[in-house]
Design a protein around this ligand. Structure first.
Ligand code: GLV
Ligand code: MN
Ligand code: MN
Length: 423
């Protein structure tokens, strides 16, 4: 297929795919295991089957499109995630899954046409629940595949309504019976979700490291009482305690070198959540990230001090549980170099970059040679219906992922099994 045909075809499919779970503001809402997620997955399964892939699902509902090119050889995996945050943009994850499918289909054509000698098999993957908005933790499907999260723990995670992952993935009746094949290498493309590429006029980010992250579930325990009649000195107000935690998390960023710490409290539940009753319990999610592990360690220590002080000041007790963390482990330099050389061959401007957000490649890079690519996000908008990437950058990314996938299938980063799931 000519590059411009691939480009037009991609944009048409992307517009179709963006119709699933579409929101009035031009975004999508397809939280993991929701009806809209299942509809998108069903449409995507049809696409893969028409393109000659065998569609299978593993026990955590990662969706694979398998293509055997070299019987018995390990697989190059290429993909991202189709699930979204609530009221999200249409690009985060979905762009990378569809780009992977188009890249893989083109690579298969080249193999069939004799212009590419494969050393590996090829699979497109749509990872289950990368976002972690409905079920914690994020990057769930790739965490299970890489053995970082026990399958049983993932299946038992529940949403706010008490629905478990096991229930949410059983609904469409897909057989969850694939044992994922041995992996030779992994590739993923994603929107940058920041402004770096746009501001430097660069088309492609070659991701070489992740920011480190620590995510906490924090439960503030107080005592339920009357909002009017309880004298102030007697109060043990969990919501007041939580408010102090929220402010402390934000103010930690002022105590560390500028730009070196991002912190948020982004989710809050309170009981009894009633107008005339002081809250007895508040649960929040607190997220700390840094491009420097020492800074993150300092932030974690400062947070501990702040929580202890808040317990005293608000007369509450604060439970904290680290629910998810990752370090600053580098992507393999050979993968970054492969991507650089492929971008140069296509005449695309490129620069090394770090990823602040977590991705399924954050997990995969720890077990197999991994290539992670970014395309620019307009104004860095992300986790918002206004998230955009230009058509020109979108299709440039698809062309580059095609080139990268071709090189991986040819065995440029090795053709032996770097990792065997469950092995
Ligand atoms: C993704 O899972 C993130 O937390 O960035
Ligand atoms: Mn994503
Ligand atoms: Mn996201």
């Amino acid at each position: 297929m000519q590059q411009h045909e691939q480009a037009e075809d991609f944009l048409e499919d992307f517009a179709t795919m963006s119709g699933f779970g579409a929101t009035p503001g031009g975004g999508v809402e397809r939280q993991a295991g929701s009806a809209a997620d299942h509809e998108t997955r069903a449409w995507f399964a049809g696409w893969l089957e028409r393109a000659g892939f065998e569609v299978r699902h593993d026990a955590i509902s990662n969706q694979f499109g398998l293509l055997e090119l070299v019987p018995g050889a390990p697989y190059v995996l290429v993909g991202s995630h189709l699930d979204s945050q609530p009221l999200a943009g249409r690009f985060d994850g979905a762009y990378g899954v569809l780009a992977a499918a188009h890249a893989a289909r083109e690579v298969a054509r080249r193999v069939r046409g004799g212009s590419l000698q494969p050393a590996c098999n090829l699979a497109v993957v749509n990872w289950f629940n990368e976002e972690g908005s409905r079920f914690t933790p994020s990057m769930m499907g790739s965490s299970v595949l890489t053995g970082k999260l026990p399958l049983e723990t993932a299946l038992a995670a529940t949403d706010r309504a008490g629905v478990s992952v096991a229930q949410a993935i059983a609904e469409p009746g897909d057989a969850l019976d694939l044992t994922p094949p041995p992996v030779a290498a992994y590739a993923e493309i994603h929107i940058e979700q920041g402004r770096g590429l746009e501001e430097s006029g660069t088309t492609i980010g070659l991701v070489d490291r992740t920011w480190a992250a620590s995510k906490y579930r924090i439960v503030v325990h107080g005592e339920q009482s009357h909002t009017g009649s309880t004298v102030m000195a007697d109060r043990r107000d969990a919501l007041y305690g939580a408010a102090l935690v929220i402010v402390a998390a934000r103010e930690l960023t002022d105590e560390l070198p500028e730009g070196m710490l991002h912190s948020s409290v982004s989710e809050l539940e309170l009981a009894p959540n009633s107008p005339v009753t002081v809250a007895r319990l508040v649960e929040i999610n607190l997220d700390l990230r840094s491009p420097d592990e020492a800074v993150l360690e300092r932030a974690n220590a400062l947070l501990e001090e702040r929580l202890a002080a808040i317990e005293e000041r608000a007369r509450v007790t604060i439970e904290r549980r680290l629910t998810h963390q990752w370090g600053l482990l580098a992507y393999q330099p050979e993968g970054v170099e492969l991507a650089r050389s492929a971008a140069a061959a296509l005449g695309l401007t490129h620069a090394p970059t770090m990823t602040v957000a977590g991705h399924d490649s954050t997990n995969m890079k720890d077990v197999a040679p991994t290539v992670m690519l970014f395309v620019p996000s307009i104004e860095g908008i992300s986790h918002n219906e206004g998230e955009r990437t230009s058509d020109e950058d979108s299709v440039a990314g698809v062309a580059l992922l095609t080139e990268v996938t071709a090189r991986l299938v040819a065995g440029e980063l090795g053709s032996t099994a770097a990792f065997t799931p469950g092995g």
